[in-house]
Each structure stands twice: as C-alpha cells, then as structure tokens.
Design a protein around this ligand. Sequence first.
Ligand code: PLP
Ligand code: TYF
Length: 395
Amino acid sequence: HFARVGRVPGDPILGLMDAFRLDTNPTKLDLGVGVYKDARGLTPIPQAVKLAEQRLVDLETTKTYVGGHGDAAFGRLLIDLVLGTGNRLEAAGRVGATQTPGGTGALRLAAEFIARNLPGRRVWLSDPTWPIHETLFAAVGVEVGHYPYVDAGNRLDIEAMLAALDQVPLGDVVLLHACCHNPTGFDLSQADWQRVLDVVKRRELLPLIDFAYQGFGDGLEQDAWAVRLFAEALPEVLVTSSCSKNFGLYRERTGALIVCAEDSEKLTDVRSQLAFHARNLWSTPPAHGAAVVATILGDASLKAQWVKELEGMRKRVADLRLGLVEALQPYGLAERFAHIGEQRGMFSYTGLSPEQVARLRAEFSVYMVSTGRANVAGLDFSRIQDLAKAIAAVC
Ligand code: PLP
Ligand code: TYF
C-alpha cells in the first residue's frame, strides 16, 4: 500500500527549532519560530492564565463535548475583544464566532467554507505571507493568487498592492493580515487601510482577515482598528482570531472563525455550514484553552492582569527593536536597518540575504528564517550587542 508514498520536507520554520536544539554553541541565538520569549529565553505561561486554570480545576464539572461552535461565552467575549464591546454587529445579530483549534483551525475552516460554499473563488495572498496560508488553501483545492506587499528595497509597497487588488476578479477572496504582518512586520497605516477598503468594495471582494497577533502591534484596541473598519463598512467579513500568542496558549489550540453576515438570517445559514464542515474536520473543538480565555475575559481583575502582561510582552519586543537599531549605530548600519524599529509585532523582514542568514548561522549560531525573517521576540537585551556585531560582520 505504501510503496509509492514519498516524502515531503518538514516545515522549514519548525525545522529551525530542531536545528537550534542540536547546536552546542553556548552563545546560540534563536530568532526563528514566531513565539514570544522572555528575558530567560522561555515562552512563559501568563499569570492570568495560571490563575484561570486554577479556577477551572476547582469549578469545572464535566468534560462532555462542547457544541459545534464551541464555548458560547468564549465566542461572545472574543467578538467583544475583536470588534469592540457594544459593537453594532452584535446588537444586530450579524456576527457569530465558531471556536476552532487555534488560528490555523479557523483558517482551515474558512478554506473549507470557501471551497464548498463559494466555489470558483480564488484567494489572494500577500507576497510574501505565512507559508501555511499557501499550503492550507491548496489542501482544499482552492486556487491562490498573490498581490505584492514589499518592494525590492524591502519596504511596504502599498501602491503595488492596491494596483494588484484592483485587477483581482470580481467577488474573489482577499486574505489580509490585521496587524503584525507575518513575515515582514510591515503594517498598513489607517490611510492605507481606507484605500484597501475602497478597492475591496469596488471589486466586491470578501475579506478574510487573519488576526493572529492582537495586542502585539500597538495595543489591543489599536490593532483591531482595521478589522473594525471593515466589519462596520461591509456586509460580509471573515476574521480568523488566534489566542495562541496574546494569551500564551499556543499548544492549547485556541481560536475562532468570526463571521459577519448581512443579517441574522444569513448568519444562521452560514453558521450551519461552518458547523457541518467543523464536524467533518474535528467534530467539536478542544475546550480547555477557550475556557481559560472565557474565564479571563469574563472577570475584570483577571482581564486587567492579562492586559498588563500582554502590554509587557508588546513593550519588550518594541524596545528590543529600538535597542537593536541603536546597537547597529557604531557600525554605520542604523539607517540601513531603521525599518526594524518601524515594523510591528514579533517579526522583522531584516533585508538580510539567504547567504547572510546562512553565515549568521554557520559563524555565530544565530538562527533566522532563510528569507531574512527574524523573530525579534527571540532576542534579549543581554544579547543585542552580540547580534549587532554578528550582523555587521556579515554585511
Ligand atoms: N496566522 C498567522 C499569520 C500566524 O503567524 C499564525 C501563527 O502561528 C497563525 C495564523 C496561527 O496560529 P495558531 O494556529 O497557532 O493559533
Ligand atoms: O510563523 C511563525 O513562526 C509562527 C509559528 O507550521 C508557526 O506563526 C510556524 C510554522 C508553523 C506553525 C506555526
């Protein structure tokens, strides 16, 4: 049976983790996979999560299945977090959340919905984007196209992006990163978003907004600005929300597909389809992470604690960015790498070439994705000088 089964290569980003683990250099530095790290190089469990988990141990009464759309309280609280408390869509019964195994599960469910319920639509991805976006739509037989995002000089190219979107076939799906663009770290300004919205309206596109880093850009509310703009202005929007990074819940696989529909009747139709597809994919979602999030968001003091911890993570990454640019100053490289301080979230498209990335790894045990993407959160203040020196050596 298996004689003709060949091999596919592993995920190059996750593969970096294995290579890093095997490296015996004591000064090795992991700027690869996109997880937050603290000063000790650990990916911590937030205190708010620990406290919520303790509460759940005491209060949980059953492990029976949750419904197809998951934990209803989680869904409502997440909609508030994403669209704002008291948003008009909720009042009008136009928005619903389906709990999924992480943001990836939400993307897969959206892909399934597009493949089966919106046949013939292509999905347009930024070039570059998170590699899983490429393979995930291919896996359900949805064709992807690309719109440019950065220019040859490693800067956001909004004009090229808009021009390309203006050529997209009417009615197609466009995948947008709400904030903290992976892999580049370049985000759109509010004025840019307004222009993207205009094109989306003109071409009657369905926006699929990937929201994996809420709170890591400029703040919880600020990062939701574009999502809320689109949800207010358009009859139909899909949002994939992940609680992996902002709640530190990575392995608990916590997220949701949020659907905004024209009216409550249509929302019910769409949600029936999502529950059907979810049944075929994973039946019902894992409960623990969503219960943790619902416990935190539903309790004023736990929520305040979490907001403070998330703010700490956000500030740390922002300060590391500025620290690195400053450390490159003595080498005459501050200007060349000034974009590192302007980008948002964990990732930076540094502009380093694959050859330079390979040298950083071979000569300094500094690990980053071959495209030149660095996870700034993997850096520490005690290692900034070393990294600046290594970068200068390969430039
Ligand atoms: N979308 C983007 C852009 C990401 O970087 C990630 C990160 O892992 C995800 C979605 C999915 O996150 P998860 O499935 O771990 O919640
Ligand atoms: O881009 C990243 O590094 C994160 C983590 O298959 C990740 O989004 C990377 C690859 C993958 C799953 C998660």
